[in-house]
Design a protein. Structure first.
Lengths: 183, 370
């Protein structure tokens, strides 16, 4: 079993943190896992992304060209990664930040108005957690409880007041289950 | 001990601390800076020495001086910074001092960029500084290996009075992976019979790399060469994957080696009997092991993040007995598993062109695209 996840968005949207949280959860489950941020000019101002590979065996490449799943937190990320998702893979899109539909029909797509949901929850910073919740609901990789546990164990103590909100954000995101692929 | 999630640069730094690192001297440069940054707080917290020098030249010469005293010392840098250190590295080799140097390679030549590369293989493995000397060079491919190799590097350096280089690349520096840290040792200050830590009550010692008498200098050269023979006999490290029944193999080190593992698995899934040979010690190189392996193979693919530097060593070792192909990416670009898989397919299913040098064939295939 190996699954590769790319999380992409603007710097400041919590892309790297969402990836790290997933990585911690996989580690705590006793799985092999790698996390690697993107390099290059996109590090400043533009898009930020990270790749997480989760496996039950020694991981070869920590970078992939065809991921099992992508979280696209904005339009440039959707444009960049839509074609790269593996056939039958998962694409989670932050609907609040894109103005188009997904073109592919051979993958599981879920459009999540993550900014709106985060604002409803009273904290815009929860966008990444909403989308992470949606990912977990659509990709058979880790139970949401494992990520909640990782959050509690690896989030600095001073942020623990946000635990409930994070959990709620993931639950809201988790209600967005993609329709089966109709081929 | 429980596993922790660590970035490569930080993992190497903490492994050095736990190995009893007494003093660190360095100068910041991306993609290695987190290593220095981490030690800037960690070393003083333990009452050990951290010093950011005015330049890489200053740093390596401080390392040189500190190593004379018997202290466990280390510096780290990335490609252009390591080039600046080369004079000091040669002096350290000539003075026969144990020093650990970490090189987190980036794209070059020149200032290049901050993306991962392996283009300093020749510089590090085959010398770099002037004169006859052989550094021990270790190339980790994952975070656990980076920790284990760094932790053991100091013992190796002291055992042979040698420089040990941990040769990583920018992606390993930034990569996070769960790994286990070894037990903590106190700061180590040794008192070997050559060290200059104060001569009260005994005869004065003298450490230098200068010897104006050529016959004496030659004795030093012979001593270094004999020592290298010993290192070659004892310190070879490598990893093998799926090689038992392999008819083909990929050879790659560090990050390109681990990326090749994904390609090898994909090729195996298609029924190709292929494995991966990943040298961990680049100096001493696992020559005997690779030569023996090559006898069972129909073809070999060398993958590197450079224009074929280790390739030359592989060609020497395999002595033109089997077809060798090469695939490389340069300038800070990582090869993707699919690219390597395509090269495996070509080697296995279409082994038509085998004339000339593998690098020429690679250039003919890919050079036109650029």
């Amino acid at each position: 079993m190996q699954k590769e996840i790319i999380i992409a968005g603007f710097g400041g949207q919590g892309v790297l943190f969402a990836g790290q949280l997933l990585t911690y959860a996989a580690m705590d489950q006793g799985l092999q896992v790698t996390w690697i941020p993107s390099y290059g000019p996109e590090m400043r101002g533009g898009t930020a992304n990270c790749t997480v590979v989760i496996s039950d065996d020694e991981i070869g490449s920590p970078m992939v060209s065809r991921p099992s799943a992508v979280i696209a937190m904005n339009l440039p990320s959707l444009d960049k990664y839509e074609d790269k998702v593996k056939d039958g893979g998962v694409l989670v899109v932050n609907q609040s930040m894109v103005d188009r539909e997904v073109r592919r029909s051979d993958i599981k797509v879920t459009m999540v108005p993550a900014n709106t949901i985060a604002e409803e929850l009273g904290d815009k910073r929860m966008t990444n957690m909403v989308l992470l919740g949606a990912l977990l609901a659509n990709l058979d990789i880790l139970p949401v409880e494992a990520v909640e546990k990782a959050l509690k164990e690896h989030l600095p103590e001073k942020h623990h007041k946000l635990l409930t909100l994070n959990k709620e954000a993931m639950q809201r995101g988790g209600s967005y289950v993609a329709a089966a692929i109709s081929v | 001990m429980a596993k922790e999630l660590m970035k490569g640069n930080v993992a190497i730094a903490e492994a050095a601390v736990r190995a009893g690192l007494n003093a660190y001297f360095g100068y910041p440069i991306t993609p290695q800076t987190e290593l220095l940054e981490y030690l800037s707080s960690r070393m003083p917290e333990l009452g050990r020495t951290f010093l950011q020098a005015e330049s890489e030249l200053g740093a390596i010469n401080m390392v040189y001086g500190a190593a004379c005293t018997g202290a466990r010392v280390m510096s780290s840098s990335s490609s252009p910074g390591v080039s600046l250190m080369m004079e000091g590295v040669s002096y350290i080799a000539g003075t026969e001092l144990p020093v650990v140097l970490v090189d987190v390679m980036r794209g070059g030549p020149g200032l290049g960029n901050i993306a991962p590369a392996q283009a300093d293989y020749n510089q590090i493995v085959h010398g770099g500084g002037h004169g006859d000397y052989h550094p021990i060079v270790l190339a980790p491919a994952n975070i656990q290996e980076a920790i284990d190799l760094t932790y053991g590097a100091f013992d190796l350096a002291e055992k042979y009075r040698s420089i040990v280089v941990i040769l990583a690349d920018g992606s390993l520096g930034q990569l996070m992976e769960p790994a286990e840290l070894p037990e903590m040792k106190p700061a180590i200050m040794r008192t070997p019979d050559w060290a200059t830590y104060g001569s009260e009550g005994r005869e004065r010692r003298f450490l230098t790399s200068i010897d104006l008498d050529p016959s004496q200098q030659e004795k030093t050269n012979f001593r270094l060469e004999h020592r290298w023979q010993e290192i070659k006999a004892n310190e070879v490290q490598y990893k093998e994957y799926y090689l038992d029944d392999a008819e083909y193999a990929v050879v790659g080190f560090g990050t390109s080696g681990r990326i090749a593992l994904s390609a090898v698995r994909a090729a195996r899934a298609k029924g190709i009997k292929i494995g991966l040979f990943r040298p961990v010690s680049l100096a001493p190189y696992p020559e005997k092991e690779l030569y023996e392996l090559s006898k069972q193979l129909k073809g070999l693919l060398v993958v590197e993040m450079n224009a074929g530097q280790m390739l030359e060593d592989v060609l020497n070792i395999t002595r033109s007995q089997i077809p060798v192909e090469f695939y490389g990416r340069m300038g800070g670009i990582l090869p993707m598993p699919e690219e390597i898989e395509a090269e495996i397919d070509r080697m296995v299913n279409d082994p038509t062109e085998t004339d000339g040098h593998p690098r020429d064939r690679w250039l003919a295939r890919f050079g036109k695209m650029n």
